[in-house]
Write a protein that binds this ligand. Structure first.
Ligand code: WT7
Length: 654
């Protein structure tokens, strides 16, 4: 991937047309931003009213960032229901408007247009089914589903009865699934028979069966029919959703929830250990998701909005389901992949449903760019108004292609920087308010105060034309509140390295104009096709194999994926490297974590570079993987320098 963002000098001002319909123009942004940081209570007190409260809040922000005592509350004494906000409150005004357009994997299968009224009845049915399985307020429900409307129903049904959902991306393995079911002590797992994607099918129910072997036998499994493919059935444990829904009532009173009651848990990878359960709560999260959705994408009533993410990631939570539906939007859910049946699928879907805002990931843009412009050009994309990108830094080449070929130079690109932890966008240019620079996240959203710190001293670097680690000075309503079951880990991960700030894990540059560029992770987290992964997780999967003595995993630049997974593996004394073993290890990691963690490169390493105290020098391994041998840096602290020579000499061919 070419990351020539340092030499990137182009600036694209918003067009007069974009400015004319934008919710927020430059002057309004400046005024609102100033107000938001000068008086967070006043600002968020006002904007909290964009959603409906059962009992209005009298308090707004109540936050402590002191290490050892971190405590984040927004709107704490207010009560509300997220599902009522996303559905019921729209019924009077837009009951017959489409809430969800569902586009199936197979373009020959009909799309669905689900109105707000229909959404209400389906969500109530699902809520009643969950209640009948014994799910109560505060209980956890794991969702392991294809991208079908029932996935959204399941989320909203949990929200309706006050259950906490935890979605596990359907690309994760049974092992990863069972770890998450057990990690949150879930009562029910909702899955489907099979997940069609790109013309192939993943056997979700049989993965669920395998996972449940490692869970308490009280966990119930609710199975939605998608393909009708055959599944094995455990009586008393498995429940047929479609049958139960026929009997279930289509009304269900929404539960009154406190603003700080958890809405969902979502596991994400960190630099150490196993993934942690990020906890988002009810009130602040919804306010933030809804407001960013409307303003970042300049969403207007009647627009058709499409985010291509999966609901298994936070992007799907905030920007397919909660943000858009809270705004009464029409949101498109797509079951398929960008390249099947061919590389024009995205653009065909845009044309078919007259999409106005389109939000995707740089990895998809790069993959499609490689197929040539014909696939885009044969489709009518004249309804597009705003394009968005998320998940990883976008290289200027891909940005330019997105802008020129997809947007025809008429659509502002919002390069939204945020994280699972942040609940919604923290930095992005706003259409109609800001100029764009290819590859830059540009400006903070309202209430967000980014600071650039010196990585060693932790001292804030002021002024422009500076680079360092990115922290956020104060809280915002969409911020995560804790790590599920481990508040200490929450504090340690985000509030201990740089006291008094939220540490993002990203590096960042503030250019001469004061605009922000994300330079990538500064920790051992890698970003593979926009999927976040801890190198430690892949290492622990590798060493769990009987042939492996030791493993070190780093990211390396990959043309399409952004980063690929490069593994250095030291075998047990009695094992010899072979192509068969290499294949076996690859399959092993896929089984342990899931296909998204499949190693791109495995290099046999007779030894790993270590300091005299035994610490693996990952900096060196990163450089070797990057093919950058000139810059190995200080190797004088190595216990055995010959290890490095061997690794360079036998570098695995990519
Ligand atoms: C990490 C968070 C946010 C939803 C999807 C990913 C990287 C995300 C951008 C962007 C540069 C980005 C960061 C961040 N990232 N968006 N626009 N430009 N980098 O969420 O899995 O929690 O990953 O993704 O490194 O820390 P996530």
């Amino acid at each position: 991937m070419t990351t020539d963002t340092l030499t990137e000098k182009r600036t694209y001002a918003p067009s007069a047309e974009t400015v004319s319909h934008a919710h927020v123009d430059a002057a309004k942004y400046d005024q609102m931003y100033a107000a938001s940081v000068a008086d967070p209570d006043g600002f968020w007190g006002e904007h909290g009213k964009r959603i409906d409260w059962i009992k209005p809040y009298t308090q707004v922000k109540d936050v402590c960032y002191d290490f050892g005592n971190v405590n984040i509350n927004w709107y704490a004494d207010g009560t509300l229901n997220v599902s009522a906000n996303c559905i019921d409150r729209h019924l009077a005004t837009r009951g017959d408007q489409t809430a969800i357009i569902w586009e199936p994997d197979d373009p020959n299968e009909p799309a669905l247009h689900i109105t707000y009224k229909q959404l209400h009845s389906s969500v109530c049915k699902m809520a009643n089914v969950l209640s009948s399985l014994g799910v109560r307020k505060g209980d956890r429900v794991v969702i392991y589903m294809p991208m079908i409307p029932e996935a959204a129903y399941a989320m909203l049904a949990c929200a309706r009865i006050g259950a906490i959902h935890s979605i596990v991306f359907a690309g994760f393995s049974p092992d990863a699934l069972s770890a998450r079911i057990n990690g949150s002590d879930a009562k029910v797992l909702i899955t489907a028979d099979e997940a069609p994607r790109g013309g192939r099918k993943t056997a979700l129910k049989s993965n669920a069966d395998a996972a449940l072997l490692h869970c308490k036998d009280t966990v119930k499994c609710l199975v939605v029919k998608r393909t009708g493919g055959q599944t094995t059935w455990v009586d008393g444990r498995d429940f047929d959703y479609n049958e139960m829904a026929l009997e279930a009532s289509d009304t269900c009173a929404p539960a009154e929830m406190s603003a700080e009651d958890p809405l969902f848990i979502l596991y994400t990878s960190g630099s150490t250990g196993q993934p942690k359960g990020v906890v988002h709560t009810t009130g602040g999260y919804l306010v933030y998701a809804a407001m960013t959705h409307e303003i970042t994408f300049d969403y207007h009533d009647g627009d058709v909005y499409w985010c291509t993410a999966d609901v298994g990631w936070v992007t799907g939570h905030s920007y397919i389901v909660y943000g858009p539906l809270a705004n009464g939007a029409t949101t498109l859910m797509f079951e398929g992949v960008p390249t099947w049946p061919d590389a024009s699928r995205f653009w065909q879907v845009c044309e078919k449903h007259k999409v106005n805002q389109f939000y995707t990931a740089p990895t998809a843009i790069r993959a499609l760019m490689g197929q040539g412009p014909e696939f885009v050009e044969k489709c009518d994309l004249s309804d597009l108004k705003v394009l968005g990108t998320v998940g990883e830094p976008i290289n200027p080449e891909a940005w330019t292609w997105y802008n020129d070929v997809v947007g025809k130079g008429n659509c502002p690109i919002v390069d939204t920087w945020w994280q699972t932890e942040t609940g919604g966008h923290l930095m992005t240019p706003l259409p109609g308010a800001h100029a764009m620079k290819p590859g830059a996240a540009m400006k903070p959203f309202f209430g967000i105060e980014p600071v650039v710190l010196d990585p060693q001293s932790g001292v804030e670097i002021t002024g422009n034309g500076v680079e360092g680690v990115l922290c956020i000075k104060d809280s915002w309503p969409g911020q995560m509140r804790t790590v599920w079951g481990d508040h200490e880990r929450f504090e340690k991960t985000y509030f201990s390295d740089y006291k008094g700030y939220y540490f993002t894990g990203d590096g960042c540059r503030r250019d001469a104009d004061g605009d922000y560029w994300i330079t990538g992770r500064v920790d051992d987290v890698i970003n593979v096709s926009g999927h976040r992964m801890g190198t430690a997780e892949v290492e622990s999967a590798l060493v769990a194999h009987a042939a492996v003595a030791e493993a070190a995993v780093v990211g390396y630049p990959h043309d399409i994926k952004g980063q690929g997974i490069y593994c250095y593996v030291t075998l047990m004394n009695d094992r010899e490297p072979s192509d068969d073993l290499l294949k076996e290890l690859r399959t092993w990691v896929r089984t342990e974590i899931g296909p998204i963690a499949s190693p791109d490169v495995i290099q046999w390493a007779p030894g790993l570079p270590k300091t005299r105290s035994g610490k693996i020098m990952r900096r060196i391994l990163r450089k070797i993987a990057e093919n950058d041998f000139g810059a190995l840096g200080d190797t004088s602290t190595l216990a055995d320098p010959s290890v490095v020579e061997d690794l360079i000499e036998n570098r695995a061919v990519k």
